[in-house]
Design a binder for this molecule. Structure first.
Ligand SMILES: [Zn+2]
Length: 176
């Protein structure tokens, strides 16, 4: 049988697809792209965590800002910081928690609709939570969450993601 060499969408490695192994070792994440099943699963896990982190940040900011919350602006600025500074949603949330809940600073600006404090306290917050993490490691609990601040935030909405890993559409006209 002729070899059909494709490039994995996620890890970039070239591999030969065997038709009867579709869904076992390889799959099509997009109609004209191929990937290892293993790489697709890793990607899915990563994405799920990121969506969860986004939701927690979003819930916190929305609760504090109420009517002043502007989703488009919020999304735009957080996306820009991720791109320009390699921030994470979880890191941005921790920055806000650190500045407002741990340090007890006034929430006036936050409530007016600004999250512009994040770049000014991101590294401090990172160090603070890293110390807590290390202390927990030393104590042998391995659970740094037990020592972090208790704050009132809405429980993130549990989202069950549809299984997007396997492409079930039937458009198969697209051989490479
Ligand atoms: Zn791969």
């Amino acid at each position: 049988m002729a070899q059909h060499i494709v490039k994995c969408l996620y890890c970039g490695e070239h591999f030969n697809i065997v038709p009867e192994e579709e869904g076992i070792t390889w799959f099509k994440p997009r109609s004209n792209r191929y990937a290892h099943v293993k790489c697709g699963q890793e990607q899915e896990t990563k994405k799920t965590q990121e969506e969860k982190d986004f939701d927690e940040l979003y819930q916190y900011v929305k609760k504090e800002q109420g009517d002043n919350f502007n989703f488009v602006q919020f999304k735009k600025i957080t996306d820009a910081w991720i791109k320009d500074y390699q921030y994470t949603y979880s890191g941005m949330l921790k920055s806000l928690l650190y500045f407002y809940e741990v340090k007890g600073n006034s929430k006036a600006k936050l409530r007016e609709g600004s999250i512009g404090i994040i770049p000014f306290c991101y590294s401090q917050a990172y160090n603070y939570y890293y110390e807590i993490y290390l202390a927990a490691q030393r104590a042998g609990t391995g659970d740094y969450k037990t020592s972090s601040v208790e704050i009132e935030i809405d429980a993130p909405v549990a989202k069950v993601l549809p299984p997007k890993l396997f492409n079930l559409d039937m458009e198969d006209e697209d051989e490479e």
